[in-house]
Design a protein around this ligand. Structure first.
Ligand code: NAD
Ligand code: MG
Length: 380
């Protein structure tokens, strides 16, 4: 049995990962982590009996230590690094949200552990460095994100020179055919197809999520020829066009447990009960994205064109802060686009090539974006 570590185990992807672990009984859960939801973490500890956990918040880590005297409780980012470095860990699922996932991704690869990656932000912020470490250590980064899992499956056994382009599908989010000028938090959180964490749900409404996925795909597959197609039914999870004009797509119900299971077991397929009937689905539709309404897509393509720059990192930091401010109703929905645009204009720089330089830049840009929001966007 392989020893599995689930980082961000209390979140949407984390809980779905543990559901797959329970159904298949082929992994031993050796470690779990969360930011602050220690009640859910405690239930998971009782069920999966890990030897190690990490809680970001030190005070809450102390509470967990009191509750469970026979396990080791690490804390903060350093605790995550200790977790992924443990000898007994074979396989890491990184389901942390945001740039907090970068260090654990980096040290998982550095320690040559298997990695199933949901935390797309790692690749958005530091794709080149992570791919280099993965290649140096002979580790493959296996995607959990449904689009990238689909592309990964379509590419199996294919040669790079046979690929014409990657086709990323997008549901279009809640504002596909709806005006968002005065959108509320509730409007933006009502995603038509997927039940996800709040951050990625807002990113789906602005389409920044698809922008991040463009950058994620570029690094995962080392291909820059990428098209985004709106597919509101979210049944085709993505596709690959080959040089002969053939397009191969992956079709499944929209349940993240399917790509999670594939990332854990590939190339083996495990039996799961989430089936769809194509005749019940009936109709699948496709259309071009509206780049004018959703400039986030263009921001991502700009980041691909200027790869030596830190545009992915800026987009990620500015978006994290803007989305958090929107959720707290300190800014309007449309302000998110403007904050991203201004941040790209003002904070462009060369991206450092080492982890410590990138982490320092993350902290530095965060301070600058917060100043920008305080000065120009926060409503009192
Ligand atoms: P979520 O908000 O539901 O869960 C996030 C998890 O990360 C929680 O366990 C939380 O405790 C932990 N966390 C948050 N901040 C942290 C910090 N600073 N330090 C340590 N841990 C922290 O998020 P989610 O929807 O499960 O998304 C997780 C990741 O998976 C994101 O990168 C997201 O883009 C990606 N993803 C999610 C989905 C989905 O269906 N939810 C689909 C594709 C990709
Ligand atoms: Mg996705």
């Amino acid at each position: 049995m392989q020893n599995l570590l689930v980082l961000g185990s209390t979140g949407s992807i984390g809980r779905n990962t543990l559901d797959i672990v329970s159904r298949t009984k082929e992994f031993n859960v050796v470690g779990l982590s969360c930011k602050s939801n220690i009640d859910e973490l405690s239930r998971q500890i009782e069920k999966f009996k890990p030897k190690y956990v990490c809680v970001e918040d030190s005070n809450l880590a102390a509470v967990v230590r009191e509750r469970f005297k026979d396990i080791t409780v690490f804390e903060k980012e350093e605790g995550l690094i200790e977790l992924v470095s443990l000898e007994s860990v074979d396989f890491v699922v990184n389901a942390i949200v945001g740039s907090a996932g970068l260090s654990p991704t980096y040290y998982t690869l550095k320690n040559s552990k298997k990695l199933a990656l949901a935390n797309k932000e790692s690749l958005v912020v530091a794709g080149r460095l992570l791919k280099k470490i993965a290649n140096d250590n002979g580790i493959e980064i296996v995607p959990i994100d449904s689009e990238h899992s689909a592309i990964y499956q379509c590419l199996e056994g294919k040669k790079k020179e046979e690929i014409e382009k990657l086709i990323l599908t997008a549901s279009g989010g809640p504002f596909l055919d709806k005006d968002f000028t005065s959108a509320t938090v509730e409007d933006a959180l009502s995603h038509p197809n997927w039940d996800m964490g709040k951050k990625i749900t807002i990113d789906s409404a602005t389409m920044m999520n698809k922008g991040f996925e463009i950058i994620e795909a570029r690094w995962l597959f080392d291909i820059k020829s990428i098209e985004v197609v709106i597919h509101p039914e979210s049944i085709i999870h993505s596709a690959v066009e080959f040089v002969d004009g053939s397009i191969i797509a992956q079709i499944a119900d929209h349940d993240m447990r399917i790509p999670i299971a594939y990332a854990l077991f590939k190339p083996k397929r495990v039996s799961l009960p989430f089936k769809i009937s194509l005749s019940d689905v009936g109709k699948l539709t496709f259309r071009k994205p509206e780049f004018g309404r959703f400039p986030t897509l263009e921001f991502a393509f700009e980041a691909l064109r200027k790869e030596e720059k830190n545009l992915g990192l800026i987009l990620n930091v500015a978006d994290e802060i803007a989305v958090e401010s929107f959720l707290k109703e300190k800014i309007k929905f449309v302000d998110i686009f403007r904050i991203l645009e201004i941040s790209l204009e003002k904070f462009e720089d060369n991206l450092p090539s080492e982890i410590d330089g990138i982490k320092e830049m993350l902290r530095d840009i965060k301070v600058k974006v917060l100043e920008l929001l305080k000065d120009r966007f926060w409503r009192s």
